[in-house]
Design a protein around this ligand. Structure first.
Ligand SMILES: Cc1ncc(COP(=O)(O)O)c(C=O)c1O
Length: 427
């Protein structure tokens, strides 16, 4: 494997200084001990803490201490309107208009909120089309939605598998299944970037295919938000939901995001699960019995937002807004390409089949994540990488370890450390 070239990091530093990098204390004499920080590749699971988060939170805590309930109405950022400032940056993150995005709840909760509005099985049109290699929560959510409507998921939730001997779905197969099912499809819902394989789906083509048969198309952006550039509005996506604790770095269990295309948001008569925060700001505090939603994504909110959970999202979104997804995507590709090249060199030195990159290679089919399949025991391997080499990645049973070099804070040295550690540990 080639040697590490410090010029790579010197010329392309990223924004690492803005993040709290977890320290690493390796055993004296072990190869990883030379590095004071871990090489962090789990930003697709839990992103690192921006240095700006704690001071921003302290401001809100101080406001609470000093103002009590007055903080709702006065000061530079009254809590009553706090969520409104997040809509613009959240929208820009996913290629939406500001009134199409809202920060609220958690991801799976938002999947259910979206399904409550958009999954309306009727007559022949009952089926949900989704992927089989899916994060379990989405699988449970979709099956429970079918049951909620009195339908048997085995019959009404169609889970698409890759072809025999292949790891990832082909767009043509997704499209042809949707076309074959035609007016039986009520909802097409896929993960934009697959949690296990790292495959980035062809979102515009699949969205168009769903619309051709008259279905609603929703996307789970858990692994796509803050990772790959998207144009949800332009692609005509009906709805999307995402979490903000992965690439968006807003902390464990952070508040999630939701996108509702304006052609739906404008329809204030849509059925939904309603609450008082979904009413128009002008009438919300009149405490009237009639639900009066605005023609925006805000209408799907139910409760007043937890400010101490909103602040980390605001801080993180500001970082994305300042740098912009095109710049981040370009750096993500440079890092991911570099890691792939190094891993390919590692694989060349190993017995055939012992290590394989599952994530598609074409740039339009992947984001920051590279998923590796091992014949070795991944639990033991990942523990060794973490404890002895300071390389943090995450395992997905039975045989995958995911490495996500994130554009904001990963370095070329991190990538080199990961590949070098794998080379040594698999020797
Ligand atoms: C694709 C996907 N969907 C859903 C979830 C569940 O998210 P939450 O616990 O925020 O509802 C995750 C969590 O990692 C995920 O990766």
């Amino acid at each position: 494997m080639r040697a590490y070239d410090p010029a790579l990091d010197a010329g392309d530093t990223g924004w690492r200084d803005e993040f709290c990098m977890p320290p690493f204390e390796g055993d004296a004499g072990a190869p990883g001990a030379a590095y004071p920080q871990v090489a962090y590749f789990a930003g697709n699971s839990l992103g690192l803490q921006p240095r700006a988060t704690a001071p921003a939170l302290q401001i809100e805590l101080d406001r609470w201490a000093q103002m009590g309930v007055e903080g709702q109405l006065s000061g530079p950022r009254p809590w009553k309107d706090y969520h409104e400032a997040l809509a613009g940056p959240a929208a820009r993150l996913v290629g939406a208009l500001p009134h199409e995005a809202v920060i609220m709840n958690s991801l799976t909760a938002n999947l259910h909120f979206m399904m409550a509005t958009f999954y309306r099985p009727e007559g022949r049109r009952t089926k949900i089309v989704m992927e089989d290699i899916v994060f379990p929560s989405d699988g449970y959510a979709m099956a429970s939605q079918a049951r909620w409507h009195g339908l048997d998921p085995a019959e009404h939730v169609l889970r698409l598998r890759p072809r025999e001997g292949e790891d990832v779905l082909r767009t043509e197969d997704v499209v042809s299944t949707i076309h074959e099912l035609g007016d039986e499809v009520a909802m097409v819902v896929f993960s934009a970037v697959n949690y296990l394989t790292g495959e980035w789906m062809d979102m515009p083509t699949i969205t168009a295919a769903g619309h051709e048969v008259g279905a609603i198309v929703g996307w789970d952006l858990a692994h796509a938000a803050g990772n790959v550039p998207m144009s949800l509005h332009e692609w005509g996506v009906d709805w999307a939901a995402w979490c903000n604790y992965k690439y968006v770095n807003s902390g464990p269990g952070a508040l999630a995001g939701c996108f509702i295309h304006e052609r739906h948001a404008r329809n204030t008569g849509l059925p939904r699960l309603a609450g008082w925060w979904g009413t128009r700001t002008e009438t919300r505090f009149r405490m009237e019995p009639t639900f009066d939603p605005p023609p925006t994504a805000d209408a799907w909110q139910v409760s007043n937002p937890p400010i101490f959970a909103m602040t980390p999202v605001q801080v993180s979104l500001d970082i994305f807004d300042r740098i912009g997804m095109p710049t981040l995507r370009a750096r993500s590709l440079r890092l991911t390409d570099y890691l792939r090249e190094l891993l390919t060199e590692v694989i060349e030195g190993m017995p055939p089949g012992s290590l394989q990159i599952v994530t598609p290679e074409e740039p339009e089919r992947h984001g920051s994540q590279l998923s590796l399949r091992f014949t070795a025991d991944i639990g033991v391997l990942a523990d060794t990488l973490r404890d002895l080499d300071g390389v943090v990645a995450d395992t997905r049973n039975p045989d995958i370890i995911r490495f996500a070099p994130t554009a904001l804070y990963s370095s070329y040295l991190d990538c080199w450390r990961a590949a070098d550690a794998l080379r040594r540990r698999l020797d």
